[in-house]
Design a protein around this ligand. Structure first.
Ligand code: ADP
Ligand code: ZN
Length: 539
């Protein structure tokens, strides 16, 4: 074999251009397939090495005289980084986006039309505009359109977390440029999204390359919410003093408050959310990337396209939207392969909030139904008493063994939780809600319900005469924490709905089966709660 032919082959390019010695996982098969002109759908977790899957075929095909590869990417920042790195490695690449002057754009178009360019990155709305399509026609006619790579392909799916209208127009590529191979890539692997990508991009004939989504170096833990700030602080102090990490919160306000509070406790922390000035956001992001040991407290606005290898923990103070989001966000930890923690606190209020956000969204019923299903899957993961990793991967249709001894054990594998049969307790809680309703038709929130069940004579109990209810004190045998867990389950399972400004509780139709004892409820025994600061903040 001559050396020149090696340099046209994927492995030769990997070594010569990128300086890596071997392919990872499916990369070898993917680059062979696409270089040979095949279509592909690549499902690979974040950090798995998706970029090389299209960059190497693009280089190989350019060396075969096949011209320019067009890379569709939704993120300007990412285009910028990738093009910079490619040019650094001696690969002629460029991007077209609104940040360029018209002279710059014209220069890049000339490079493209001559076929000299190896890779052109652009956003979907540019690729599907008439003028650009005409340019691609010209390249295509001259045999100088080498391939299309569609990055973040899940954006085509409206079930996903970042649907983009413009991605739908990309089906034009298949119709208009026959014979040009297409490779779609994503880190989202649930069934719905996968089917959507195949159908909408007309990739039915593509070969599917599914990598394992297991991140063996990530340790998963989901703890019951009980003074969440204190729990977070203890977690950081005990396990991550001086480490870089990300703390996700749902609201901007909470981001700012939490960051300020951590700072006050001596943990270097910065806030990040879309409401901050662009300059401030950039500064905070730069510091997080450059300095050691910064905790970024952020909304989900932070993360996409951030490639910091040594993030040692990702904490969630609020429940994410669904398992895909949880997986994406926790996946930002441990990209360097060293151990990282995915840690989350979770409580009744999270369930209520997420349910309400779906209910109140302007979306159609079908969409809401899917979103509820996705939330339920996440709730099941949160309440699970068996291996989190198994649950997580099962969601992506992957049949994984529980955390093995030489891996980083999830919380449930490390300390298998005891379970108790909460069926009776659930019936008591439901009948108590039922009694409230009978007794004056009023609705009450979780706190009052627990007081009545546990037989506490509070002012409110006396005011409503609730000590006279047959359910008063029938739950004195259980702790407040156990009751919260029961109630959370009942809401998570949809037997109880929490409504209105005051989160009052009502029975749903499905509660009947529980009341009749037809549904068994097996719950984890709550971990022994720390004494300090566990008064009224649980939720
Ligand atoms: P993804 O897009 O899937 O999140 P990237 O393409 O950004 O992942 O790759 C993640 C990291 O892994 C990058 O730093 C990349 O250079 C590195 N990488 C990818 N493939 C290999 C390989 N075969 N050998 C060594 N490093 C690799
Ligand atoms: Zn496990």
């Amino acid at each position: 074999m001559s050396q020149t032919s090696d340099l046209h082959a994927p492995l030769g390019i990997l070594q010569e251009v990128f300086g890596y010695s071997a392919f990872r996982g499916e990369q070898a098969a993917i680059t062979d397939h696409v270089t040979a002109g095949g279509d592909a759908l690549v499902l690979m977790p974040t950090g798995g090495g998706k970029s090389l899957c299209y960059q190497i075929p693009a280089i190989a095909r350019h060396r075969q005289g096949r011209g320019v590869a067009v890379v569709v990417s939704p993120l300007i920042a990412l285009m910028h980084d990738q093009v910079g790195a490619l040019e650094e490695a001696g690969v002629h690449a460029a991007f077209l986006n609104s940040s360029l002057s018209s002279e710059q754009a014209q220069h890049i178009e000339r490079e493209m039309m001559s076929g000299r360019l190896v890779m052109l990155y652009a956003a979907p709305e540019r690729i599907t505009n008439t003028r650009f399509l005409a340019q691609l026609d010209s390249l295509h006619e001259r045999g100088l359109l080498s391939l299309f790579a569609i990055d973040e392909a899940h954006c085509v799916s409206q079930w996903g977390h970042d649907f983009r209208e413009d991605y739908l127009l990309l089906n034009v590529l298949h119709e208009r440029f026959a014979g040009v191979p297409r490779i779609a890539l994503t880190a989202t692997a649930d069934e719905h999204t996968r089917a959507d990508i195949l159908a909408r991009l007309q990739l039915e004939d593509a070969r599917i390359f599914l990598s394992s989504f297991d991140r063996p170096n990530i340790r998963y833990a989901i703890v019951e919410k009980d003074n969440p700030r204190g729990q977070l602080l203890r977690f950081i102090r005990d396990e991550h003093e001086g480490d870089a990490g990300i703390v996700y919160c749902q609201s901007r306000k909470k981001v700012e408050e939490t960051a300020a509070w951590l700072e006050g406790e001596g943990i270097p922390a910065l806030p990040y959310h879309a409401g901050l000035d662009a300059g401030v956001r950039q500064r905070h992001q730069d510091r997080f990337l450059r300095e050691d040991g910064i905790t970024m407290v952020a909304t989900i606005a932070f993360g996409m396209g951030i490639d910091k290898p040594d993030v040692r923990f990702v904490a969630h103070l609020d429940l994410p939207k669904n398992i895909e989001s949880y997986y994406q966000e926790t996946g930002r930890g441990g990209r360097d392969g060293a151990p990282a923690d995915a840690w989350m606190t979770y409580g009744l209020a999270d369930v209520v909030n997420q349910r309400r956000m779906i209910d109140e969204s302007p979306a159609g019923e079908e969409f809401k139904r899917v979103q509820r299903g996705k939330l339920d899957a996440l709730l099941a993961l949160s309440e699970a008493h068996d291996c989190r990793r198994v649950r997580l991967l099962a969601y992506f249709n992957e049949n994984a063994p529980p955390c093995r001894p030489y891996q980083n054990l999830c919380d449930n594998c490390l300390h298998p939780p005891a379970t108790w049969d909460a069926t009776e307790a659930a019936r008591k809680a439901l009948s108590c809600i039922y009694r409230f309703h009978q007794n004056g038709g009023q609705r009450f929130g979780a706190g009052h319900l627990l007081d009545v069940l546990r037989g506490k004579r509070t002012d409110k109990v006396t005011q409503y005469g609730h000590e006279a209810l047959s359910t008063f004190g029938i739950g004195a045998d259980l702790s407040e924490q156990q009751w919260r867990s029961v109630l959370r389950q009942l809401v998570a399972l949809g037997h109880v709905v929490s409504e209105g400004e005051y989160n009052t509780l009502a029975l749903s139709d499905s509660a009947r089966a529980v009341l009749k004892g037809q549904v068994q409820l097996l719950l984890r025994v709550p971990a022994e709660a720390p004494k300090k600061g566990r008064s009224s903040k649980s939720g």
